[in-house]
Design a protein around this ligand. Structure first.
Ligand SMILES: Cc1cc2nc3c(=O)[nH]c(=O)nc-3n(C[C@H](O)[C@H](O)[C@H](O)COP(=O)(O)O)c2cc1C
Length: 288
């Protein structure tokens, strides 16, 4: 871990009256994305009655596909480009989550509107793998649109962040409600790989500031930001008004559609009603 990046983070946080207490990587602790840790987590997962397991950021390890087959659990893979989808199909995954650039978290550059039909077309001659569309889907109408493009279903993330059940802080919820779609930017500042998140002083400090040392490769940047965001979120929750400017989290462009926090049950009910309305609307168009 380069000391320069630690120092840059510590000084950035200090400007906002936040003390970064954890400054060293403890080599005795499991680190993010460690292969042995991941395998252990897979074993734990398959010891439970799970119905689906999903992998992202590359082709799943062989062991994951084999465990899925053994336990009769479909293995899904997130893809952000046609080339990824072809590799995943060759590796033997059961479901493709085709995720456009609108998505919260790690994402590629192609929009959901283009990527879904592009992948469906590319994999058709090879193997019949169901496609779940993802990226920017916040409403039942959008789900219907994705299924009109040939997706077998939809996969959502950001919409759940604005539910009472979610892990998000009160401050981040307020920021989501205030944000427009353009505030959800792709940045390497959180993990070292391009991931969509809410723009804040943190992302600007890594992406735009002339003195930025540049984000470290994954998983080092994740370690830097993990410690920093513990401190930022704690300070903001304790009433440090300036810390609020740094608060950020993964969220997609769909944040522009968030105007309130609801229960997860209400979100599901709205999905169903809007989906049905959209289908009725399309049927009426055909009938005309
Ligand atoms: C807060 C957050 C965390 C996420 N973490 C992961 C993750 O650990 N692994 C993963 O495969 N996808 C992750 N994603 C991506 C989601 O699985 C999903 O593909 C994405 O949110 C869909 O786009 P949407 O956010 O526009 O709905 C995350 C998304 C969000 C918003």
């Amino acid at each position: 871990m380069p000391q320069e990046h630690r120092k840059y983070t510590r000084e950035l946080l200090r400007k906002y009256d936040i003390e970064l207490t954890t400054t060293e990587v403890d080599d005795n602790q499991p680190q993010p994305f460690d292969a042995e840790t991941a395998l252990e987590l897979l074993r734990v997962s398959f010891n439970h009655p799970i119905r689906l397991i999903a992998n992202a950021l590359g082709v799943p390890p062989k062991a994951m596909i084999e465990m899925g087959k053994k336990h009769n659990v479909p293995v899904a893979a997130l893809v952000g480009a046609k080339e990824h989808a072809l590799r995943q199909v060759a590796a033997g995954v059961d479901i493709l989550v085709v995720q456009g650039t609108e998505a919260g978290g790690h994402c590629g550059e192609v929009s959901t509107m283009v990527l879904v039909p592009e992948v469906i077309k590319a994999i058709k001659p090879i193997r019949d793998v169901p496609v779940l569309a993802a990226g920017g889907i916040m409403t039942g109408r959008q789900m219907a649109a994705c299924m009109a493009m040939g997706a077998a279903g939809a996969w959502t993330g950001s919409v759940w962040l604005a539910t009472v059940e979610s892990e998000t802080s009160e401050i981040f919820r307020e920021k989501m409600i205030a944000a427009s779609s353009r505030d959800a930017i792709r940045s390497k500042g959180r993990t070292g790989k391009p991931a969509r998140q809410l723009r804040s002083v943190w992302t600007d400090a890594w992406d735009r500031a002339p003195e930025s040392p540049g984000a470290l490769p994954m998983p080092l940047q994740s370690i830097i930001s993990r410690d920093a965001f513990h401190a930022i979120d704690r300070a903001a929750a304790a009433g440090n008004a300036r810390a609020r400017d740094l608060v950020s989290y993964f969220v997609g462009q769909g944040v522009g559609l968030i105007d309130s926090v609801k229960s997860a049950g209400a979100v599901v009910q709205e999905f169903k009603e809007e989906f049905a309305e959209a289908v009725e609307h399309m049927n009426a168009l055909v009938a005309e």
